[in-house]
Design a protein around this ligand. Sequence first.
Ligand SMILES: [Zn+2]
Ligand SMILES: [Zn+2]
Ligand SMILES: [Zn+2]
Length: 428
Amino acid sequence: MSSPENPTCFYCSEYAKVVKGYPTNFASNDEKSFTPRCFLHWKFECSKCGVMTHFNGISWCSYCKEFTCLGCVEEKIVRKKFLAYDYYYNIPCNKCGKFNPALDFAEYNGTHPFQIKDLQSEEQITVWMPNNKEEIESQEINRKISGLERILSLGIHRTVERLETLDDYTPKSTWDKLAPMYVNLIHEENEYYHQYIILPELYRLLDVQKDEKILDVACGEGNVARYLTRSGAKVTGIDISKTLDYAIEREEKENLGIKYSKLNAEKIREKFEKSSFDKVVCNMALMDIEDYKTTIQQISFVLKENGIFVFSITHPAFASPTCRRLRIPEDSQRNEDTIGIFLDYFDERPAVYTLHITDYGYDMTFLTFPRPISSYLNELTKNNLVFREMSEPKASEELVKKFPRNAYLYDDIRPGFLIVKTMKKSDF
Ligand SMILES: [Zn+2]
Ligand SMILES: [Zn+2]
Ligand SMILES: [Zn+2]
């Protein structure tokens, strides 16, 4: 029923994907939006408060001939698969209190006021009748109908895959593969995020003093270890991946006195004694470590009393995989065309995502173990590591001037990283 002037109703089109022969009415409301809507799928006026309410938030009582909106009464949620959804609202009538489903489920059930002829449509629309539920082709939930999927479908975005098992990816295998590219990307002088956003704050919180013994957990190719050594500390670096080979190679050339060991961050106790370090640092690695609880426990073990532990991670709330960035249009070079989209913050399943590094022309696949901020902080407390300071680094005015496309309307409006400083208090 769509005409050149009128687009097809968004809801009619979505329902037509799951119901054989569902009539697609033209949209006479919201025509210029992403979700133009027909009269049937528009708004209805609540008999109590008079507010025009979306059809999925208002119910019809055929006894009282009353519409009741969600805002006037206390609705209930009913979990049931129908059309493109897996639940609906049950909304009590404001007069008699009888629960009636919101109009999206009512239509599926054949009790919509247009279907039972309680009301006459003001516009020419074809109303579907569920005479035969076999017409419903699929009960699959059509995720495209959700706001998130609708928005993600508008532009290019980073694909994030959640894993149920670690059969195909492990932190070691992922980092072994990443090693040559990562070393190329990260070496001290030219990686924007490390040089300008993360490391200045990490070093400020670490406040390194001459001759301090520092353990660099998951030290990678060693850029933090080298900086701390040049600042006068005695540094030991551990890592399990091939990135460590680059650190060792470089140490052989530069002879700074850094000790490196191929050691899993979850097995620190196997190699180091209790209270053997003044400070421990873990730069951009704890979110990539599967068993962060054991790692934190062992870090606490090797720290001296009043020793300092500082770690940096990708921000659990504002960075991937919890928050995805999307550009519309995808090739726009202005940062105001970028939006952040939130996914499930509490989903702790491992995630794999691929970054395309434009400057080098290669793809880097990362494995990460997302967890809420509270999980980290509570684990520290459990292990006698007392919270001292937190930093969510923000791009400065100077950085915005120097790197406008990186920093402006991006690193100056939301933190991409979280840095935490703790102090070890005595065990007992
Ligand atoms: Zn419609
Ligand atoms: Zn109302
Ligand atoms: Zn009623």
